[in-house]
Design a protein around this ligand. Structure first.
Ligand SMILES: C[S@@+](CC[C@H](N)C(=O)[O-])C[C@H]1O[C@@H](n2cnc3c(N)ncnc32)[C@H](O)[C@@H]1O
Length: 432
C-alpha cells in the first residue's frame, strides 16, 4: 500500500470563519465612533468614559505589576448589572476588558438563567440538605447542594439526569488574568492582592463569593485562595485566565466524573453537562484535571488543591486502578500507532475499534469530539472520505455538546465536515 501523504487534505486555510478585528487602543475622544468596544483605563477622562458605552459601573482601578514584563497595565473592571444584578469583576488588561464588553452586556443568558438562579436563592439551607424531599422547585432543578463526608459540600442529583443534559449553568463572579497566579501555591505579584480585594469589594453580590472553599491556608490572601481553590481555567482574548463560577464551584472532583464543564465565550457561561445518566442521590462531579490521565499524573495535578482524592476511582481496589491506568496509557499508544505512517489501513481499522472500546470502558465521552476529529483527519489521509465524513459528523455532535458551539474548534470542524460532504456529493454525481 502506498505511504500516506504526510499532510492531511483539509488545509488550515479552509478552517474557521472570518473574525472581525477591532482596534483596541485605549480610548481617546476621537475613537468613539463605530461599533467596536473601546478600551478604557484609570487615565481615561471621566466624560469620555461615560460616553464609551461600556458596562463598567466603577472607574477602572489599575496597577502595572512589576513582574509582568511587557504586559503593561492591569485593572479591575466591575459591572454591577451583570447576571441579574449579581455583578462581575474582571481583572484584565484594558484591551481584554474591551473584548468582553459584548459578553458582559449580553442580556439573553441571564434571562435563561433567571429561573435556575431564582430557585437556588429561594431554597432555604436546611431543605438543601435533604435531596429528594420533593418540592416543585426541586423537581425543576436537578440537584441539591449538600454536605458530602470528607469533601465539604457538593451537589447531588435530586432526579434522574439524562446523559448530555445541561445540569446547571453559571455566570462568573470574577474573571482574573493568570499573570497574578504564576505559581500554583501562591506568591503572585503583590499588586494582585490589591486587585483581588478591589474585585471583591466592587462585586454586587459578595455572598456568592464568600463561603466558597479555601485550600491554601492563612499565608495566601483570602480572595486569592478562593480563586485558586474554586476558579476554572478559561481563555479570554487569547489570554489564560481564571473564571470563578460560584454555583459550579460547588462540584467536587472525580477522576471518572459524570459531568463536564462547557465554557461558552460569547456569554462567559460555564455549564455542567452530564456525560452519562445520573441516578437520584448520586453526587454530580467534574474533573479538575484534563480527562483520561492515569493515577500518578492525577495525583500530581490534584496537589494544587491540597486534598487526597476520595473519588470512586481513587477509592477502588489497587487492581482496578491499575487496570484503568493501563487502559488510559493504551489510548496514547493506539493514537500514536494510528498516526504512524507505517500503519496500514486494515490495522488502522482494528486500532480504531480498540480505541473506541477503551474510550467507552473509561467513560471518556466528553473527549469523543477530540478523538473522532483525529480519526477524521487520519481516515482522510488514507483517502477514505466516507469514514472521515462519518467520524467528522460524530465529532461535531460531541463537540457541540461538550465544547463551545461558537468556538474555534467547532467552527473548524463544521467547515471540515461540510467540505468532506461536498467531496462525497461531487463523487456521487461523477459516478452517477
Ligand atoms: C471547588 S471546591 C468544591 C466544593 C467544596 N467541597 C465546597 O465545600 O465548597 C474544591 C474543594 O473541595 C474538596 N474536594 C473536591 N473534590 C474532592 C475529592 N474528590 N476528594 C476530597 N475532597 C474534594 C477539596 O477540599 C477541594 O479543595
Amino acid at each position: 500500500m502506498a505511504a500516506r501523504p504526510s499532510t492531511v487534505g483539509l488545509q488550515p486555510q479552509h478552517l474557521g470563519s472570518a473574525v472581525t478585528q477591532c482596534p483596541r487602543n485605549v480610548v481617546h475622544p476621537t475613537s468613539l465612533s463605530g461599533s467596536c468596544p473601546v478600551a478604557v483605563d484609570d487615565e481615561t477622562d471621566d466624560a469620555v468614559r461615560a460616553n464609551a458605552n461600556t458596562p463598567w459601573t466603577h472607574p477602572p482601578y489599575c496597577v502595572v505589576p512589576k513582574a509582568s514584563g511587557s504586559d503593561g497595565k492591569f485593572c479591575v473592571f466591575s459591572a454591577s448589572g451583570f447576571n441579574l444584578g449579581s455583578g462581575i469583576s474582571i481583572i484584565a488588561t484594558p484591551d481584554t476588558a474591551a473584548s468582553l464588553v459584548a459578553a458582559v452586556q449580553n442580556p439573553q443568558p441571564a434571562w435563561h438563567a433567571r429561573h435556575h438562579l431564582a430557585q437556588r436563592d429561594r431554597l432555604p439551607e436546611p431543605e438543601q440538605d435533604h435531596p429528594g424531599s420533593g418540592s416543585t422547585d426541586k423537581q425543576r432543578r436537578p440537584y441539591a447542594i449538600v454536605s458530602i463526608p470528607g469533601r465539604g459540600r457538593g451537589a447531588v442529583a435530586t432526579r434522574r439526569i439524562a446523559q448530555f443534559e445541561t445540569i446547571m449553568t453559571s455566570f462568573p463572579a470574577v474573571v482574573a488574568d493568570n499573570v497574578f497566579f504564576p505559581e500554583e501555591d501562591g506568591g503572585g505579584p503583590a499588586e494582585g492582592r490589591w486587585l483581588f480585594q478591589r474585585a471583591l469589594d466592587q462585586l454586587a453580590d459578595r455572598q456568592r463569593f464568600l463561603g466558597l472553599a479555601r485550600s491554601k491556608g492563612p499565608h495566601v490572601h483570602a480572595v486569592e485562595d478562593v480563586l485558586r481553590t474554586n476558579a476554572f481555567g478559561i481563555t479570554v482574548n487569547g489570554r489564560d485566565a481564571k473564571g470563578l463560577y460560584p454555583e459550579i464551584a460547588r462540584l467536587n472532583h472525580a477522576c471518572d466524573p459524570n459531568a463536564y464543564g462547557r465554557f461558552t465565550k460569547t456569554d462567559l457561561a460555564l455549564s455542567a453537562v452530564a456525560t452519562r445518566d445520573i441516578v437520584p442521590g448520586e453526587e454530580i462531579t467534574i474533573s479538575y484535571l484534563p480527562l483520561g490521565m492515569p493515577t500518578a499524573y492525577r495525583a500530581r495535578g490534584l496537589a494544587n488543591w491540597n486534598f487526597n482524592c476520595t473519588c470512586t476511582l481513587c477509592s477502588s481496589p489497587a487492581a482496578a486502578r491499575a487496570a484503568s491506568d493501563r487502559r488510559r496509557e493504551r489510548l496514547v499508544d493506539i493514537l500514536q500507532a494510528m498516526y504512524d505512517e507505517a500503519t496500514e489501513y486494515g490495522a488502522l481499522v482494528e486500532l480504531t475499534r480498540e480505541f473506541v472500546d477503551v474510550v467507552r470502558t473509561e467513560r471518556l465521552d466528553a473527549k469523543v469530539g477530540e478523538y473522532f476529529h483525529a480519526f477524521m483527519r487520519i481516515y482522510h489521509s488514507f483517502g477514505d472520505v466516507e469514514s472521515a465524513f462519518r467520524y467528522g459528523q460524530t465529532a461535531l455532535w460531541y463537540a457541540e455538546t461538550f465544547a463551545d458551539p461558537e468556538g474555534g474548534f467547532c467552527a473548524g470542524l463544521r467547515q471540515d465536515v461540510r467540505l468532506l460532504g461536498q467531496v462525497l456529493k461531487e463523487r456521487g454525481s461523477a459516478e452517477a
